[in-house]
Write a protein that binds this ligand. Structure first.
Ligand code: SR1
Ligand code: MG
Length: 410
């Protein structure tokens, strides 16, 4: 039986969810619950429930984009896709995503583990706090989810059915298609940028090669249904302590290129890197650490992907019967890396030029300084789009970042 969707609020939540066994068992009777709404993302409601025996999180989709308001409707089905993606990720990289306690499709809500004392990774990086094995854990997550969701590992019929299922996540893909690949490259209404960047932005938008390269990446995004991607793997989709890492929020989940999540993640590490000079007097130690973690992330991806290639190929791709060796693996890894670098470039652009910026740069009050740092980031993003061969591997990517970090572009 369906029940009419209704957004939760702090006052109504205990009465509406108090009957759930999954919650009562874990956190105690609803009379004891303290409820707080803590959602600070762009889309959803997020509540923390604290009871006599524990705590839990309730995430509920709103029928519109929270950042913009009800003028931008957004289907509630994204909660369904998030739940589906979370269950697959939990199987593909156990322990890396929050445990799910309950899902209600009609109410578009997921009740899940309260991660504590975890905080959002982006905030930690802005504060200059390090997280043990950040790069390695997240690089491995990208490799495991890329491999296990693909035709390298899945039964072909299962993969096609799953691909078909996730094709329904149209509206969330539409956000990515517009905000990441298209809006940054023209004067779209919902764009904004730091005023002192005007000349840099005009120059970028006038560059036909950049626009063409971004659309070529959009073609990879729309047509490259290789695996189930997280779809929005930035440092705001990671929660951590100093020693524990969890990946959250896969509501943008869809079948796309194996390099998509890796590229988005690397872009966000790079933006943490470029923004450091605004956040501390001596940025060098944190910047060096971020580049080391980028190297660790890429190394972990490559190592884990190679391990899975050697031990876990049960799908239709590169079957054992054709006796594929390391050359074929190297070719596939090159294909993934090339995509990752292109996606990295567009993500670096959209966070400075399109609707949804990131706190790494947005929290810099001195707009002249912000523009100088964003300009380095935009210039490197451009290089990744139009001269991707200059970042042929992780070492070259890191050298490129150091080079752009020393430039004065505005
Ligand atoms: C309108 S949604 C804007 C952004 O927020 C999400 O976290 C995704 O990154 C999306 O692009
Ligand atoms: Mg999110």
């Amino acid at each position: 039986m369906t029940t009419q969707y209704e957004a939760l609020d702090v006052g109504t939540l205990p009465a509406r969810l108090g009957g759930l066994d999954a919650l009562r068992r874990r956190i105690g009777p609803p009379e004891s619950w303290q409820v707080e709404e803590v959602g600070d993302g762009n889309l959803n409601l997020v509540f923390i429930l604290r009871g006599a025996d524990g705590a839990a999180v309730v995430k509920q989709a709103l029928p519109y984009v929270r950042l913009v308001g009800d003028s931008w409707p957004l289907p509630l089905t994204r909660a369904f896709f998030e739940h589906e993606a979370l269950t697959r990720q939990a199987a593909r990289d156990p322990g890396l995503v929050p445990e799910i306690y309950h899902f209600d499709r009609d109410q578009a809500l997921i009740v899940m583990e309260y991660l504590t004392p975890h905080v959002i990774l982006r905030g930690k990086l802005i504060k200059g706090e390090r997280v043990q094995d950040m790069g390695a854990v997240l690089g491995r997550f990208c490799a495991r989810t890329a491999f296990h969701g693909s035709d390298l590992a899945m039964d072909a019929a299962d993969k096609k059915a799953d691909h078909a299922l996730f094709l329904g996540n149209v509206a969330l893909c539409d956000i990515t298609e517009q905000l990441i690949f298209t809006d940054p490259y023209f004067d779209a209404e919902r764009n904004h940028h730091t005023p002192e960047l005007a000349a840099v932005v005009a120059d970028l938008r006038a560059d036909q090669a950049v626009r063409d390269a971004a659309q070529a990446m959009l073609l990879r995004f729309t047509a490259g249904g290789e695996t189930l991607c997280h779809g929005d793997l930035h440092t705001g989709s990671v929660m951590c302590t100093e020693t524990d890492i969890k990946v959250i929020d896969p509501e943008f989940g869809y079948y796309g290129p194996m390099g998509f999540d890796l590229g988005m993640l690397l872009a966000n590490f790079l933006m943490a890197y470029f923004s450091q000079p605004a956040h501390r007097d001596d940025p060098a130690p944190m910047q060096d650490w971020l580049l080391e973690e980028i190297a660790a992330c890429c190394a972990a991806f490559t190592k884990e992907f190679a391990h899975l290639w050697r031990t876990g190929r049960r799908g239709i791709l590169y079957p054992e019967s054709l006796d594929h060796g390391d050359l074929a693996l190297a070719g596939l890894e090159r294909h993934i890396w090339d995509d990752a670098m292109g996606f990295c470039g567009v993500e670096m652009h959209r966070r400075c030029l399109s609707l949804a910026h990131n706190a790494d740069f947005e929290a810099i009050a001195d707009t002249a300084l912000r523009a100088r740092l964003e300009a380095r980031n935009i210039a490197m993003g451009r290089e990744l789009l139009v001269a991707r061969d200059n970042a042929a591997d992780a070492a070259a990517l890191i050298a490129m970042a150091r080079d752009f970090n020393g430039k004065d572009i505005t």
